[in-house]
Design a protein around this ligand. Sequence first.
Ligand SMILES: [Zn+2]
Length: 458
Amino acid sequence: MIPNPSPVQLKFLGGAGTVTGSKILVRTERHSVLIDCGMFQGLKQLRLLNWEKLPLNYDELDAVILTHGHLDHCGALPMLVKNGYDGPIYATLPTRDVTEVILRDSARIQEEDALQANEGGYSRHHPARPQYTEEDVDRTMPLFETHDDNEWVIINEDFKFCFRKSGHILGSAMVELVCQGRKFVFSGDLGRRRPLLMEPPYLVKDADYVVLESTYGDRRHSEKSPYEELAEVVNLTYEKGGVLVIPSFAVERAQELLLLLNTLKQDKSIPPLPLYLDTPMGIDVTDLYLHHRDWHSLTDEECETMMRDVHVIRNFEHSLHVLDKKGPKIVIAGSGMVTGGRVLYYLEQLLGNSQNTILLVGFQAPGTRGNLLRSGSDELKIHGLYYKVHAEVRQIGSLSAHGDQADLLWWLEHFKKAPQQVFLNHGETQASEALRLKITDTKGWPVTIAQMGVTYDV
Ligand SMILES: [Zn+2]
């Protein structure tokens, strides 16, 4: 221990009181690092924050440490670079690769949306402009410095850190950070006890301060098997002769769905319906699974099953022809919360017909179209127009890349002694509050719900 260690400050610049925009600034008297640099999504008041310059001195930021490649954790990196950051971005190798796919897609979507909004005249901003472009992503990627898990990395005299697998998506890692003789653990997004494609999360034994995500802090995932839940929805759509559209995150969820659906077909639990994967990003990420074999738990046979009989659609022109072919089919398309991407084009054509089914399989943040569908909205605004929702909307709760309340408590169970403080972040307020109560009641540990913009001295 360092005698009289100087104070360390934690400041949550996003991912507090919400599940998006994750950014945690850790500061000593001389240095600072940023854990994650995510994009805000969902409610407009959150999305507007994406345009604001971060309240930090870009010259004094020594490093960014990235837990994983989801947009809400990495999506603001090009903005950071645009605003002058040129230091290292530390990540695991698969996270670097996933991040590149995600950021390029995000830049493309923003450029396309701005173009369409200007052409269609439905933007309130004149002219509408993207937050960043692929050129900004080109400037961001060379800053990446990759490290294996369990490898200690010394950043400077104040900070050293180590990645530990977190069981959430390909490459995802929690961060153990040692600073001024104190150990901090940032969970990033924490996977379930028994993830479908990953090893379970690394079990941390001790830490002085824990920053724990709380996306599902107030919920238990369905006990049902995802195979059964999925088969039921596929068979229902088949009987109606409709199309099943599954809006999906490109990373992890799309691969899980491919594996589950192809296994069900193989077992003859569902009919051999044509299966389309229409998310260019999902296709690229699926390739990454085949490259980074140390980072998932699939056998070669399962990898092969995952990709069997999948019609992969790279080209937007082909997307428009998928629905020309008659008969029931399954389409997996991005984005997962229906905030953008190809899924919008399918919904424009399919929402109005009750034969079709929209299946929601992941977290739907407030303010997203996915959340509106989930809560039974009877119309949906897409590309400036309103569409009536007559298609059946279903959701299944057994697929999640996040641990539920029981998983989060199970992970904490492995600490040999109480941390000095647990901070809960990455959750809607009621979810964080439910988890705070549960930890306080069962363990008696001090728990604080992280507030956006507040500095905590530890
Ligand atoms: Zn995530």
